[in-house]
Design a protein around this ligand. Structure first.
Ligand code: ATP
Length: 199
């Protein structure tokens, strides 16, 4: 099965694009959803996070305090690496398990932090949802009702547009109307079916 990693910066349109692929009958696996499941109370990954970071990263109800954890790894490369060493292999294992249960010509793997993770997720190709930063900020502000400064800070904490472009095999430039986006997805759908059929 052809594995297409779908990535892009914050508010670039990954969910919008993956929904369009799903509407065409393509299975979608979202690694953000997997990551959230893996840190639920009782999961081994959460226990390992607490072992490393201490119980201050837990809320009173035993759920992971994401904001606290984000604060602990912000600008702390070693701590971020420690978290990745816990999470990435666990995400890959779950991804593989879900892929084993799927039968389709190709599958979309939503991997928002592909560029930041600095690793392969055993994908065959990378599809980038690309937007100029000004538009990304505009959409982020509109969707999340945050300030422009907050949106700029969120972008600055991620890989750059250039770093993402360097990874891409296919690019959807999401600057147009939603109808144009749907058309671009349909074209890629046909392309991936052809690539999958060619083996
Ligand atoms: P995140 O990184 O936060 O998960 P995302 O990459 O999944 O975000 P979306 O939520 O799909 O991005 O899109 C961001 C916002 O931009 C949403 O409010 C969405 O409705 C809007 N949007 C996406 N594509 C377009 C478009 N072509 N025209 C207008 N608005 C769009």
């Amino acid at each position: 099965m052809l594995k297409v990693a779908l990535t892009g910066g914050i508010a670039s349109g990954k969910t919008t694009v993956s929904d369009l692929f799903q509407e065409l009958g393509t299975p979608v696996i979202d690694t953000d959803v997997i990551a959230r499941e893996l840190v639920r109370p009782g999961q081994p990954a959460l226990a390992r996070i607490v072992q490393h970071f201490g119980s201050s990263v837990l809320q009173a109800d035993g759920q992971l305090d994401r904001r606290q954890l984000r604060r602990r790894i912000f600008d702390q490369t070693a701590e971020r690496r420690a978290l990745e060493a816990i999470m990435h292999p666990a995400i890959q294992d779950e991804l593989d398990a879900q892929l084993d249960r799927l039968h389709a010509p190709y599958v979309i793997l939503v991997i928002p932090l592909l560029a930041e993770s600095g690793r392969q997720w055993r994908q065959d190709r990378v599809l980038l949802v690309d937007v100029p930063e000004a538009l990304q900020i505009e959409r982020l502000v509109r969707r999340d009702h945050c300030s422009k400064a907050e949106a700029e800070a969120a972008l600055a904490a991620q890989a750059s547009r250039r770093e993402r472009l360097a990874l891409a095999d296919d690019i959807i430039l999401n600057t147009g109307e939603r109808e144009a986006l749907a058309r671009a997805v349909r074209e890629l759908h046909d392309k991936y079916l052809a690539v999958a059929a060619a083996g």
